[in-house]
Structures are given as structure tokens and as C-alpha cells.
Design a protein around this ligand. Structure first.
Ligand code: BGN
Length: 387
């Protein structure tokens, strides 16, 4: 009662009611400001925590640039929300229902950089996707080591988003670029990409993917198996006579491969000492065999790829030392590989110059010192190298 009479007095007095109004407005303003600020501070703390997690990962690396990190985190939150909604969903079917099989060579994603495809609208920043209507059977990290081929990367990533969504996969695409002036080193970038992907998410399958390999049959599922998988049964890169899709030799295990964490780790990943073109893939195949595993391929008509034609890259010259390096592959297998970036007396130093959560892929720019690495392993590089 006392409160009501007090209110009446306030309203009847013009000066007092203005003061009362100002008081209410200020309080509302303060409440809004405090909630906004605490949300903002929460976000900043969230970013800091994640950054320090990245920075502690390897004491020999440093981050000089970190872009779009906030966007990545926003998506992550959205993803988590989706996850909790998904709990009431059924697992995705063993065979995804929307697959069409062999693709037409003139499919738009293959020939140009499509921007209005519906699948692209569903991609989350950093090139991530998770099916909305079923629980995916595992999740795949696609790792693309490359340099200076943005045009190919744009075609490939758009194409992959289109197909991997039809395959009902939970996936993220990582593009791992080697900074100049070092010669390109595909094996080393694959290892760093593998470790980065493991740090980023919980992946059950890791696909190491050439930047110019365009999958031509969507039944080629980007999932792992009980053995490492070579997903290429033929490519236009190795066209022979009337055979549109060929392989250069039977033990060729390159282009696109899929391994679980334990398969990749058991082989100790790729060798890190192949700078320039050639050899690292043959070495990896031998590593897999020495670790008592064997690559398997899908059926012939399923593993077909178009290779995007390109000029020879001046910073990926044929490596004349590759024959000698391959000769002593066995001596190096357990002393250098993916373990070179974790706990190893002969740890390889590298720098993460940049991490960007781009629209269609997560981009990592890596710097290494070629001379230092070569010196580090000089006794394990075979004869011709010494010449
Ligand atoms: C091979 C290369 C592979 C390459 C294929 C297909 C070597 C090692 C020689 C000891 N291997 O000749 O790296 O993927 O051609 O182009 O050079």
C-alpha cells in the first residue's frame, strides 16, 4: 500500500516523475550494457583459451597471424547446438540415398567456380559440415597439401562440398600451404595437416588429397576401412591409349588416400625429407607395408578422377635426390615421420605463419627451414644426395 501511494505522489509531481523516468531508463541501459559486456568478455576468454591451446602445442612454432578466429568459434558454437539437437536423430543409412554414381564430365562444379550451389550455403566457416537429418557414420578430415594453386583449390573444395554432403559425412576441409622460399614438401605438409586436424576436431578418418584430383563418382565414399585405402583406381593424369582413367604403375598409391588415426600413426606418417617433386608417396606405401598394413582400392569404376591440368611448378622441381632417399627409407621410418612433430629428440621445427577459417576450408600456412631439416637427417638420405 505504501508503495502505491508513493507511486501516486511521484506521478502527481512533474519534477519527481521526470527524475523517476530518468532513473528507470538509466537502469535499463545499465542492465543491457552489463549483459552485453559479460557476453563479450566471455567470448574473448574463449578465444584466448583456444589460442593458448594452439600455441602450447609445439614449442618450436609460433603464430604470427591469426585471422577470422572469431568466425571459427561462432560456428563451433552453432555446431555444438546442432549436435545436441541431433541426439534424437537416427544414424545415417549405411549407403547414402542421394548418390548418383558416375558424374557428367561437364558437371558445373568441375568446370568452374560455382557460387550459387545449395550445398555451399550449408558449409560452415572453415569448410565444415555436419548432416542435419541423421547422425553421420564417422567424421572425415580432408587434408590438401598445396602451394599457389588457389584456383584449383576453389574448384576442388566446391566440388567436394557438393559430393561429401551427398555422402552424409561429418567433415572439414583443411588446405595446408607451404610458405616460400622452401621447395614444396607434400609429405611434411600431410603430417602437419594430420596433427592440426586432430587438434581441431574428433575425426575418425583422414583423407590426404591432391589439389588437382577431382572425384568423378560420388559412390567413392570418403570413409576409412580396416586397412589404409587408396581411393584412386584411375586418373586422367595417366590416360593410356583408349583407357581414359589409368594408373602409372600398380604400386602407385598417391592422389587420394584415406587412413584412420591409428593406421597413419602406425606407419609413422609420411617421411619429411622429400623436398620437391616425387618419391614421398612411394616411400609412404613402403612404410604402410612395413607396418604390416596394405592399401586397398574401391571398385575400378568407382575410384575415377579428373586431374586438373597445370604447368610445372617452379617451386616443386623434380627432386634429383629422391632415388637415394627412397633407398634408405627403412632406416628413417621410425626416426622421422609424423612423430617428428611430437616427442622426438630429432624434432623438426616449423612455424605456423597463419591460420584462417575461410569460407570453404580451413587454411594453414607453414614455414620450415629446408637446409636445417636436410642437415638434421644428413646420415639418412642415401648415396646420391651426398654427391
Ligand atoms: C613416380 C614418382 C611418384 C609419382 C609418380 C606419378 C618417384 C620415386 C622414384 C624413386 N616416384 O615416378 O612420386 O607420384 O611417379 O607421377 O619419383
Amino acid at each position: 500500500m505504501q508503495f502505491v501511494s508513493c507511486f501516486k505522489t511521484l506521478c502527481s509531481n512533474k519534477g519527481l516523475s521526470t527524475a523517476f523516468l530518468i532513473l528507470i531508463c538509466t537502469s535499463v541501459f545499465l542492465i543491457v550494457m552489463v549483459s552485453w559486456l559479460s557476453a563479450k568478455i566471455g567470448h574473448i576468454i574463449h578465444i584466448d583459451r583456444n589460442l593458448s591451446r594452439l600455441m602450447n602445442y609445439n614449442d618450436s612454432m609460433s603464430i604470427s597471424l591469426v585471422h577470422s578466429y572469431k568466425d571459427g568459434l561462432d560456428d563451433l558454437v552453432a555446431e555444438r547446438k546442432k549436435d545436441s539437437n541431433r541426439l534424437s536423430l537416427n544414424p545415417c543409412p549405411e549407403t547414402p540415398p542421394g548418390l548418383v554414381g558416375k558424374l557428367a564430365t561437364n558437371a558445373p562444379n568441375i568446370t568452374s567456380s560455382v557460387t550459387n550451389d545449395d550445398s555451399l550455403k550449408r558449409v560452415m566457416y572453415g569448410g565444415r559440415y555436419s548432416p542435419e537429418d541423421c547422425i553421420p557414420r564417422g567424421s572425415t578430415a580432408v587434408i590438401i597439401p598445396y602451394r599457389d594453386r588457389e584456383d584449383h583449390l576453389n574448384i576442388l573444395t566446391r566440388h567436394l562440398h557438393n559430393i561429401l554432403q551427398r555422402q552424409q559425412l561429418n567433415y572439414q576441409i583443411f588446405a595446408i600451404e607451404m610458405a616460400l622460399p622452401t621447395q614444396f614438401n607434400r609429405g611434411l605438409l600431410a603430417n602437419i595437416g594430420f596433427l592440426f586436424a586432430k587438434e581441431t576436431g574428433d575425426f575418425s578418418c583422414f583423407v590426404i588429397h591432391d589439389v588437382d584430383a577431382i572425384m568423378m563418382n560420388d559412390k567413392n565414399l570418403y570413409r576409412c576401412g580396416s586397412q589404409p585405402r587408396h581411393l584412386v583406381t584411375g586418373s586422367t593424369k595417366f590416360r593410356t591409349g583408349n583407357n581414359e582413367y589409368g594408373l602409372p604403375y600398380d604400386s602407385y598409391m598417391s592422389g587420394v588416400i584415406a587412413l584412420t588415426d591409428s593406421q597413419y600413426t602406425k606407419a609413422n606418417g609420411f617421411s619429411n625429407v622429400y623436398f620437391g617433386w616425387g618419391g614421398e608417396d612411394d616411400d609412404f606405401n613402403i612404410r604402410v607395408q612395413r607396418a604390416n598394413m596394405k592399401f586397398e582400392r574401391p571398385e575400378k569404376e568407382i575410384g575415377i578422377y579428373i586431374a586438373i591440368p597445370h604447368e610445372t611448378d617452379s617451386t616443386n622441381q623434380k627432386n634429383p635426390a629422391r632415388f637415394g632417399i627412397l633407398d634408405v627409407s627403412a632406416a628413417r621410418q621410425w626416426i622421422e615421420g609424423v612423430n617428428s612433430f611430437i616427442n622426438n629428440p630429432l624434432k623438426i621445427k616449423y612455424k605456423r605463419y597463419a591460420i584462417e577459417y575461410r569460407q570453404y576450408y580451413t587454411w594453414l600456412l607453414i614455414g620450415v627451414n629446408e637446409a636445417a631439416i636436410t642437415k638434421q637427417y644428413e646420415n639418412f638420405l642415401g648415396e646420391p644426395f651426398a654427391v
